[in-house]
Design a binder for this molecule. Structure first.
Ligand SMILES: Nc1ncnc2c1ncn2[C@@H]1O[C@H](COP(=O)(O)OP(=O)(O)O)[C@@H](O)[C@H]1O
Ligand SMILES: [Mg+2]
Length: 344
């Protein structure tokens, strides 16, 4: 649904150059919620603004729903009109809502429909329908100043949906909200994704946002995507920084003569009492050093750090048993085994 290829953005101001995007290849599938996470200054906002051509990329291409937007952008006034039309199929939600304070809630939602040249009757019908969809049917005549932050963001979302977009872009939509309101807004985005088949690309600096609603995620650092994949793929990637952040597991693994492994469970396997089966099969005592069980991107995942008795060499068979059960096993200690395993 969204593809960027070799996307580069260099800002030039007062003789200084800042490379905000440095060859970004992004692939967002139709119907998924895709999260881009990264620290302040990583280039997240530049990326999202280049996706709908609010910002002109320095080089590279942006394709949304099969249409190359970068090709549309630079070809005179007619192309400008085509780009505007394409853009109306991309909704955008902002951190600070960007509502017009002099307009009522309904009139804010009608604004993009006015730009699309819809009749008054059509606009009004659509606005009321959207208000209902975001749970604000009783606020049509209110002004933004009379709303809470969460309600303002619901209006922002309704306005973003006015043009019937296939894609919704969200730049830190929940960063100005308290945790409880954040949860309700994320739930709304998830519901819209499911019910309307809306593809959502969201930018955040909060891992919890990715954890609660994303199907896929990418980590940005200094204008580059350094890791990306579905949540399942990331969790199955040994050493993945995103996976570790999505799913931290504590438990001290230091010290000599210890065999410590992290076991990651997905879906079906999570419900099976594999660890006790392991203990029974090999008649060994297993110490659980740390564990976490959670739903990540709608996927049930567990991660457990366990200590097996004896040296690594004594545990090759039990480790093999765990892997045969379809579990991901990362040897944390001894480090020599880590090197050995990494080499295979
Ligand atoms: N309009 C601009 N002019 C000059 N530099 C900019 C502009 N917008 C962003 N930058 C710079 O580009 C880099 C990436 O910024 P941004 O995309 O906003 O990152 P993020 O959203 O991840 O915080 C930063 O170094 C920032 O200072
Ligand atoms: Mg930003």
């Amino acid at each position: 649904m969204i593809t960027t290829s070799g996307l580069t953005k260099v800002y030039r101001s007062r003789g200084r150059e800042v490379t905000a995007l440095d060859g970004v290849d992004l692939h967002v599938r139709e119907g998924e919620v895709y999260g881009v996470i990264g620290q302040s200054g990583a280039g997240k906002s530049s990326l999202i603004r280049c996706v709908n051509l609010l910002e002109r990329p320095t080089s590279g291409t942006v394709t949304v729903a099969g249409q190359d937007l970068t090709a549309l952008a630079g070809r005179g006034p007619r192309a400008g009109k085509e780009l505007r039309r394409a853009r109306s199929r991309i909704g955008m939600v902002f951190q600070h809502f960007n509502l017009l304070s002099s307009r009522t809630v309904q009139d804010n939602i009608e604004l993009p429909l006015e730009i699309l040249g819809k009749s008054g009757k059509e606009r009004s019908r659509r606005a009321l329908e959207l208000l209902d969809l975001v749970g604000l049917a009783d606020k049509a005549g209110a002004y933004p100043a009379q709303l809470s932050g969460g309600q303002k963001q619901r209006v922002g979302i309704a306005r973003a949906l006015a043009g019937d977009p296939k894609v919704l872009l969200s730049d830190e939509a929940t960063s100005a909200l308290d945790p409880e309101t954040t949860r309700s807004i994320l739930q709304l985005l998830r519901d819209l994704n499911r019910e309307l088949g809306l593809t959502v690309l969201l930018i955040t600096h909060e891992m919890d946002v990715v954890k609660s609603i994303c199907d896929s995620a990418a980590l940005m650092e200094m204008g580059r995507i350094v890791e990306s994949g579905t949540v399942g793929e990331l969790l199955a990637t040994p050493g993945s920084e995103l996976a570790a952040a999505l799913f931290p597991v504590d438990g001290d693994a230091s010290g000599p003569d210890r065999t410590v492994v992290d076991v990651t469970f997905h879906g079906e396997a999570a419900t099976q009492p594999v660890i006790s089966q392991l203990a029974r099969t090999y008649n060994i005592d297993i110490s659980i050093l740390g564990a976490a069980l959670d739903t990540v991107g709608g996927l049930q995942v567990g991660r457990m750090r366990i200590e097996l008795p004896g040296h690594y060499e004594d545990n090759v068979v039990p480790i093999g048993f765990l892997r045969e059960q379809g579990l991901q096993v990362d040897v944390v200690s001894p480090e020599t085994a880590l090197v050995k395993e990494g080499a295979k």
